[in-house]
Design a protein around this ligand. Structure first.
Ligand code: SAM
Length: 270
């Protein structure tokens, strides 16, 4: 490949500057240097799962036999949540994989879509299932704020108003007719069609106590055995945690806390 004159001039210029001022251009990133800058942001480097094809420990034989992220013999669209939480992205895809492999009947739903980031991953991994996307698409409702038992500043200030249905549809494009936005305040937004549904996988990400409690009350009786409800923020937003803990005192569910950034909890129906 021929290098252009401009490229060579830039390279030479960089070399000269580096010679006279060695601190200006940092050395090539190493594991240690990246780990150090990550820790400055309160992060640690996370290993990729062994089934990730770009992981150092990837075993092609294992994946060929057992399927890896995708069910054996199938290719699924693997997604990443833009906020960069790899553990959360992997967790969501692996739970969907489980309902596909176990043939758990039912639709998918998400309560708390915001701009469609997690919805994109769910819809692209599992486009053959109906997927209901519940949100006001205009942020939190005042009445829900008022019901928070534990006010902590951030759960009063956050709004999520920077969205609308068009933004979400653009985010999840390309999409098929299975992705159905349900606009309005939940649970009043529930349509007769949705009320008659059975669900295999539900992502509750509405942050506040009232919609989380309403989501659990609505979806749990409609969840198929073998299905999952993931409640995001169980270990970060107080209302989400209070709603789940209260629900678990009254309902028999396997509840598995996860180590994604905001500490989801997975409720599994047996
Ligand atoms: C944290 S955001 C969702 C983020 C999204 N799941 C993602 O990962 O990109 C929370 C969303 O819940 C929605 N929400 C909260 N309470 C609601 C309610 N009662 N009815 C409908 N939507 C609600 C808000 O409008 C907001 O868009």
């Amino acid at each position: 490949m021929k290098t252009s004159l401009a490229f060579r001039a830039r390279h030479l210029f960089k070399k000269i500057i580096k010679y006279f001022c060695p601190g200006i251009f940092p050395d090539r990133a190493t594991f240690e240097s990246v780990a150090q800058s990550a820790s400055a942001f309160g992060c640690e480097l996370q290993y990729m799962m062994d089934i990730n094809s770009t992981s150092h420990w990837h075993s092609a034989e294992f994946v060929a036999r057992f399927g890896g992220y995708s069910p054996p013999g199938e290719e699924r669209t693997l997604g990443r949540i833009r906020a960069g939480d790899r553990v959360r992205s992997d967790m969501l895809m692996l739970l969907l994989r489980q309902i596909i492999v176990r043939q758990v009947p039912g639709a998918l739903a998400e309560l708390g879509v915001h701009r469609g980031d997690s919805a994109r991953l769910l819809h692209h991994y599992c486009p053959e299932r109906k997927f209901y996307l519940f949100d006001t698409f205009a942020g939190f409702a005042k009445s829900d704020f008022a019901k928070e038992s534990l006010k902590m500043g951030f759960n009063e200030e956050q709004q999520f108003t920077d969205t609308n249905v068009r933004v979400v549809l653009e985010t999840i494009a390309p999409r098929n007719a299975h992705a159905i936005p349900i606009v309005g305040w939940f649970p009043a937004s529930v349509t007769p069609e949705v009320a008659a549904e059975t669900f295999a996988f539900v992502h509750l990400d509405a942050d506040l106590e009232a919609p989380t409690a309403a989501g659990l009350d609505f979806f749990w009786p409609r969840l198929s055995p073998g299905g999952f409800i993931v409640v995001h923020d169980y270990n970060s937003w107080p209302g989400a945690r209070l709603a789940v803990d209260r629900f678990l005192t009254q309902n028999r569910a396997a509840a598995v806390p996860m180590s994604d950034k905001s500490g989801s909890i997975v409720l599994a129906k047996i």
